[in-house]
Design a protein around this ligand. Structure first.
Ligand code: ADP
Ligand code: MG
Length: 715
């Protein structure tokens, strides 16, 4: 493997993405700031590089020493006689730039800047960091950090970090935006038999980001699963693209911290207020096939399962247990995670009935009873895993009289050898199962102390397997009258307006094929009457002004007008009322609309997320959106599958789909509107906020109507 990586580096021209590989499998390493003083970080890093078993030459760099730790030391990088692939820099912040300059001169491929004292300290630090990147980029050199812990690669092997221990080698590639968390994880992982292939502390991400690592890990055979702790993603668009490609090859599980930090954007629209930045992360992850963990425990529980077990073919779980309670807990947890319990075949159940004691349960969960020894477990485990309907197996063991945890662990390990389906274990307890847990770890069976954690990890696997089965899909292009939209937006911008009046906003969505009621703009009461006559009664009158945001609040909406007289009076009343409430408002006229029949009121809208750009929101309207926040979000552009997912995500979906006397709503029409709005926002990035509130949805096949449209533009 290492040879292969090296050949890759050697064969390639010195371009910067190949230089990234030198971070993990360099041919030689310089430790700049290596020290004889064992209390210094530079000493620890050098000792780590040496003791990790790194096979290539190691060059300590220190102007005051000729030998360090048995190695020849050099006063600076320039004077190292051989080529240097990777420089690990552990000098005080002010000395980092000159070292980087030396590295650039010597065509060092990658540098790890462990030193702190940069962006995290303020403007001067940020400027120093910028200079480092500038120098590095001009030489095609890649930089990790600054302000990081370093890199560990257990395949090379190389420990170019100041982490106290080298982890076990296994399939988890872990990256962390928090260095301190990283050390804790390494320590904790050691006790849990969780092995890593790569460990990267990202630090300030001046140059190398999580997307860079995802990109190279996508095709790295030593990476079975990517686990990441992230606090934010600097470039959302690239992350989505790269992660989307990675998850087709490897599962990616991310703990994105900061769920509760409220977005600090000034927002005036419904969509903007509801589509908080954390929801945008969830949407981006989901669209890219990234699994979002909510706790560190969940992150590593899933990573463990992915790294050791094959992907399940479906969501059907079979449980073998020696205790009823944990079996029920596992069942509940499995169902709430979206898994299903296998309906065992009659062959399996009759086989179990023959093999197990009369009082055992031969239905799923299979209860082998408290006095089950390894033999009985073996019978049950084999019958369960061989059942054609079983997609995954969970073996639960509680320490009871007659329980032999280690021997039962061997049964599980053996069963795994004869199947291509995943097996997870839940040996509950501590002392009573310790040797069994060790045997499971040795046999590469992920074990969890509680059933819920096992089912949660399994559900992550099932979700990933489902993601892999979904065919790649592109956004659908809808026919649209782009010229009209360009014209309306162009005129609005020329007049310096940031908001469009509601009539023009409606025309824009209509130009993209979003259905709106029939309507036209009137400039006098007589014109309003004439338009109403053409449309047919009843009609609705609405003020149309870029300066009126909430039209009803200022007496700007009159619904249910049944004859010309009512229309005339409504016209006057709207003009008077708006003049009174908003004296400065520019009045473009009063729009006359056909009255839309009642239906289910929903909301659809667009806002701009600082990380991911345009996000699209769909939710139940009125009281539901305000109180229950029953909304779903995707990053624009969306695919047809995303659009359908947005509707299905709602808690109210089952009501929409038709339940208990409610006829089913026209979900297809909603999906169509969402795709059209997504395309509109994609074509016109200048749209900052768009609210369709309400989007009235009718019974199946009867469509939907955008009854009120509000739109603002970026300046
Ligand atoms: P705003 O939200 O600015 O006050 P709307 O255009 O949404 O103005 O009108 C307020 C309410 O009036 C809507 O939520 C809807 O219930 C009703 N309404 C508006 N236009 C129509 C229409 N064309 N047909 C039926 N009802 C309408
Ligand atoms: Mg409205």
């Amino acid at each position: 493997m290492i040879e292969q990586t090296r050949r890759q580096i050697e064969a390639s021209s010195r371009d910067s993405s190949d230089n990234l590989l030198a971070l993990f499998a360099p041919r030689s390493v310089a430790v700049v700031g290596a020290s004889r003083d064992r209390t210094k970080l530079g000493s620890l890093v050098l000792r780590n590089v040496k003791s990790s078993g790194f096979p290539g030459p190691i060059y300590p760099v220190n102007p005051k020493a000729r030998r360090i730790g048995g190695l020849v030391a050099y006063p600076n990088v320039r004077e190292i006689p051989e080529p240097v692939d990777l420089a690990v820099i552990v000098v005080p912040a002010p000395s980092v730039l000159p070292v980087i300059e030396d590295c650039a001169t010597r065509q060092v491929r990658a540098a790890i800047v462990i030193s702190a004292g940069f962006r995290e300290t303020g403007a001067a630090g940020a400027e120093a960091e910028r200079r480092i990147v500038e120098v590095a980029r001009s030489a095609g050199m890649r930089v990790l950090g600054p302000n990081c812990l370093g890199v560990i690669d257990t395949v090379t092997p190389l420990n170019a970090s100041f982490a106290a221990r080298m982890p076990e080698a296994n399939g988890v590639a872990f990256m962390s935006q928090s260095g301190a968390l990283g050390t804790a994880i390494l320590d904790w992982a050691a006790a849990r038999d969780l092995g890593f292939s790569k460990f990267v502390s990202l630090g300030n991400e001046a140059d190398i980001t999580e997307s860079d690592l995802l990109e190279i890990w996508t095709s790295d055979e030593s990476v079975r699963v990517v686990a990441a702790y992230l606090e934010g993603v600097p470039a959302g668009g690239r992350f989505r693209r790269v992660a989307g490609a990675t998850t087709r090859q490897r599962p990616v599980v991310v703990l994105k911290a900061g769920r509760t930090t409220a977005g600090s954007r000034a927002v005036s629209s419904h969509t903007g207020a509801l589509a908080g930045s954390d929801l945008a992360y969830s949407a981006a992850f989901r669209q890219a096939g990234v699994i979002r963990a909510t706790t560190l425990e969940e992150l590593f529980d899933a990573a463990l399962a992915f790294s050791l077990q094959p992907m399940p073919g479906g969501a059907k779980l079979t449980i073998v247990t020696n205790a009823g309670g944990p079996g029920i807990v596992a069942t509940d947890a499995a169902i709430s995670e979206g898994l299903a319990l296998t309906h065992l075949s009659s062959t399996t159940t009759s086989q179990l009935r023959r093999l197990l004691p009369a009082s055992a349960s031969v239905a799923n969960p299979i209860d082998v009873l408290g006095d089950a020894g390894p033999d009985r477990y073996q019978d049950a485990v084999h019958a369960a895993i061989e059942d054609p309907h079983t997609d995954a197996l969970l073996v639960i063991l509680t320490p009871q009289l007659g329980t032999d945890a280690p021997a039962t662990a061997y049964v599980v390990v053996e069963a795994r050898r004869s199947t291509d389906r995943p097996i997870l274990a839940c040996f509950m307890g501590s002392q009573g199962v310790r040797r069994g847990v060790t045997a499971l770890a040795k046999g590469s069976i992920p074990n969890y102390p509680f059933p819920e954690r096992a089912t949660r990890a399994l559900s992550a696997m099932v979700r990933h397997a489902e993601h892999l089965r979904e065919p790649l899909e592109a956004p659908r292009h809808v026919p649209a009258d782009r010229a009209t939209v360009e014209d309306i937006i162009g005129r609005a911008r020329a007049s310096g307006a940031r908001a469009l009046d509601s009539y023009e906003a409606s025309r824009i969505v209509a130009a993209y094929g979003v259905p709106v009621p029939r309507g036209a703009l009137a400039h006098s009461a007589d014109e309003a009457k004439q338009i109403a006559g053409e449309i047919g009664f009843p009609v609705v009158l609405k003020v149309s002004s870029p300066d009126v945001v909430h039209k009803s609040d200022v007496g700007g909406v009159k619904v249910g007008l049944n004859d010309p007289d009512e229309v005339g009076r409504a016209y006057q009343s709207i003009v008077t009322s708006v003049r009174e409430h908003v004296p400065s408002a520019r009045l473009d006229g009063v729009a006359v609309w056909a009255m839309a029949p009642p239906g289910v009121e929903t909301i659809a809208g667009v806002s701009v997320d600082p990380t991911f750009g345009h996000v699209l929101l769909f939710g139940m309207g009125g009281i539901y959106v305000e109180i229950l926040r029953d909304v779903s979000i995707r990053i624009v552009p969306i695919t047809p599958r995303d659009a359908l997912g947005m509707v299905r995500d709602l808690r109210a979906y089952r009501v929409l789909a038709g339940a208990r006397g409610h006829p089913p709503a026209d979900v297809d029409a909603v999906v169509d509107v969402l795709e059209r709005v997504s395309e509109l926002a994609t074509d016109f990035p200048v749209i900052r906020e768009l609210d369709i509130n309400p989007l009235i949805v009718y019974q199946a096949t009867r469509g939907a109507l955008a009854v009120d449209v509000r739109m603002t533009l970026s300046v």
